[in-house]
Design a protein around this ligand. Structure first.
Ligand code: AMP
Length: 376
């Protein structure tokens, strides 16, 4: 139990930038957060996140129970929370979102089955448990194709592009011979995602679809609301996320990532994966929506009413990967909202993001152009 009943408090498993932004989003509501993270220098405890911390590994059951016992509710900021720990908290206390969503998202095969069972279209794929399975799947799906480890993949890690069936053995070895799926290669128009938050009473706030540009498997740029979205596409995305939220009796913020194939009214969405948490493609909501994905997540898990997810103007979110802009570079762009997480810069590491927000698409484009000229 929360030792101070006058103050609402949330325990968060994981102390990275998502926990930092979750905590930051409710400073104005007086809500206190404690993170559980093995890294003593995690960024959720710095002056931005201001979280308290339990320094412990994610499978330390005693520490997880302490997190549950000293807070009103527990949530998590990343998918790879060990299932047993989440189940333990659920037994003794309250954890949101539902650990069932967590375990489905940890395994690409279960995730694809969940989509299919709910009538949501997915890329063609095959289950791969051996080199023989891989050779047979390449014959049926053709090349190029992408071999993806079923578990522990993120930001393009744990996957190998197979350009030619003769490379099956090499790809299998590169992945380490672990259980996998083989995805047919999708020549998509673009990548989109939808984020929504569901409260315990079943009410849902939907953010508009955003368009996402990845390079090297890592998200670089998100534009929101995504442009030229046909009503039928918006509806497909909403119907799909609604059925997933209901399926898990989900409480909190959820993201679904899609490939859009075709364009106009005949465009179709193929669901690639879910994230049962706040998501990088929703960082723009801090400035670009009436209520951010972070605040709505916290409202949901604490049993508070949700607030409007309506967009404000047009936004672009640029991830800062590896290093930050040189000091003063953005002094002449007061409209650029810079978020530095306080992490040590390192190649390939997300150390912050910048959000540009403008009243119209053309003004946003002009800002983006200027930003690219200044920062490169
Ligand atoms: P994932 O880890 O599944 O999100 O994949 C990372 C990125 O790889 C995606 O955002 C896409 O840009 C690309 N990708 C993944 N799966 C496919 C696919 N089946 N066809 C084409 N590109 C893909």
């Amino acid at each position: 139990m929360n030792p101070n009943p006058d103050t609402k408090s949330v325990g968060i498993i994981g102390g990275g930038q998502l926990a930092q932004m979750l905590a930051q989003s409710v400073h104005h509501l007086g809500i206190k957060c404690t993170v559980l993270d093995p890294n003593e220098h995690c960024c959720a405890t710095n002056e931005i996140g201001q979280c308290a911390q339990i320094v412990a590994s994610y499978d330390d059951h005693e520490a997880l129970l302490k997190l549950a016992q000293t807070n009103d509710v527990v949530t998590y900021e990343f998918e790879n929370v060990p299932g047993q720990g989440a189940a333990l908290i659920a037994e003794h206390s309250t954890i949101h979102p539902n650990p069932k969503a967590l375990s489905v998202s940890q395994d690409r095969l279960s995730e694809r089955s969940m989509f299919t069972n709910l009538g949501i279209d997915v890329p063609p794929y095959k289950q791969i448990d051996s080199l023989e399975d891989l050779s047979a799947a390449l014959e049926s799906l053709g090349a190029p194709a992408i071999l993806k480890a079923r578990t522990l993949g993120y930001d393009g890690k744990g996957q190998v592009l197979i350009s030619d069936p003769s490379k099956a053995q090499e790809a299998w070895n590169t992945l380490g011979g672990v259980p996998a799926i083989l995805d047919g290669f999708i020549e998509f128009e673009r990548e989109l995602s939808i984020i929504a938050t569901r409260a315990a009473d079943g009410s849902i706030e939907y953010y508009p679809l955003s368009e996402n540009i990845h390079r090297g498997g890592i998200l670089r740029l998100t534009k929101a609301p995504a442009r030229n979205i046909d009503d039928s596409v918006a509806q497909q995305a909403r119907t799909a996320i609604e059925s997933i939220l209901k399926h898990f009796e989900y409480v909190g913020t959820l993201a679904v990532e899609y490939f859009q194939i075709g364009s106009g009214p005949s465009a179709k969405l193929l669901a690639n994966e879910i994230a049962p948490r706040v998501h990088n493609t929703g960082h723009w909501t801090i400035e670009g929506a009436k209520t951010s994905q972070f605040e709505n997540h916290m409202r949901a898990v604490l049993g508070m009413p949700l607030a409007s997810a309506d967009p404000i103007g047009h936004s672009a979110m640029i991830n800062l990967i590896g290093n930050e802009p040189r000091p003063g570079a953005l002094d002449a762009m007061p409209q650029a909202h810079i978020h530095l997480y306080g992490k040590e810069p390192r190649a390939g590491r997300k150390i912050g993001h910048i959000t540009l927000n403008a009243p119209s698409e053309s003004q946003l484009d002009a800002m983006l152009e200027r930003f690219t000229r200044i920062v490169g």
